[in-house]
Write a protein that binds this ligand. Structure first.
Ligand SMILES: [Zn+2]
Length: 61
């Protein structure tokens, strides 16, 4: 797996799912805008990084 390369799907969604598959790192404002107000992400226990839960990113379509 290439670490840095983003797939087209990731580019269009605006986030990249982290290796554990539960969280994602959002790199686009459009993805962040979909988050509930006041939600700043959470710590992924497996990766030890601040991530956003995927459910939150996909919740409001
Ligand atoms: Zn993770």
């Amino acid at each position: 797996m290439a670490a840095r390369q983003l797939t087209q799907e990731e580019m269009s969604k605006g986030y990249k799912v982290c290796p554990c598959g539960k969280y994602a790192h959002a790199f686009r404002a459009s993805a962040l805008d979909r988050l509930p107000k006041g939600y700043l992400g959470e710590l992924c226990q497996e990766c030890g990084l601040l991530m956003i839960a995927i459910d939150k990113l996909e919740e409001s379509k």
